[in-house]
Design a protein around this ligand. Structure first.
Ligand SMILES: [Fe+2]
Ligand SMILES: [Fe+2]
Length: 168
């Protein structure tokens, strides 16, 4: 694919992916305001933007999606970068500005990313490819475990009901 077109497809992918989440938030707001038809409209367009995002992603798939060993390694490196560089900077800035709610969200996300990195590391160096077992994801902080659901999330402290199970 030509360079400029490739950049535009990637930009469109990112824009559509963001729109998906923004529209779901708009739908939630419309629901709160008691306008269910508008909530449905936002939800329907969100679904359409998800279709666009996926279509754009597929157009540059060769660029973004490699073989699984490479994808695991990339994902591991990204988790390390966000937990060691990006989030610590964000946390510092939030603290300087006295934004304690945001600082807490960032620091829990940072801690969760460290666990994500560990899970990838295990997947890279350990042999887990010949079995299929569920993962559990904290819906508050994004902590993930492949073991049983803890009574309390080790990162943010919420109870086990807040976990969502991802299984095959
Ligand atoms: Fe992560
Ligand atoms: Fe959590």
């Amino acid at each position: 694919m030509e360079q400029k077109t490739k950049e535009n497809v990637y930009t469109a992918f990112v824009g559509e992916a963001k729109a998906y989440f923004r529209l779901l938030a708009y739908a939630e707001k419309a629901e709160e305001e008691g306008i269910p038809q508008i909530a449905l409209l936002f939800r329907a367009i969100a679904e359409a933007e998800r279709v666009h995002a996926t279509r754009n992603l597929n157009l540059v798939k060769d660029l973004l999606v490699k073989d699984t060993d490479t994808n695991l390694e990339n994902s591991f490196q990204r988790e390390k970068t966000v937990s060691e560089n990006a989030y610590p900077e964000f946390i510092k800035d939030a603290e300087v500005e006295g934004e304690s709610v945001v600082a807490l969200a960032f620091s829990q996300a940072r801690d969760a990313e460290i666990f994500h990195a560990k899970l990838y590391e295990r997947a890279i160096y350990d042999v887990i490819k010949d079995k299929v077992s569920a993962y559990h994801v904290c819906q508050v902080c994004g902590y993930v475990t492949g073991k049983k659901i803890p009574d309390k999330c080790p990162v943010c402290g919420v109870s086990k009901e807040k976990f969502k199970t991802i299984e095959g």
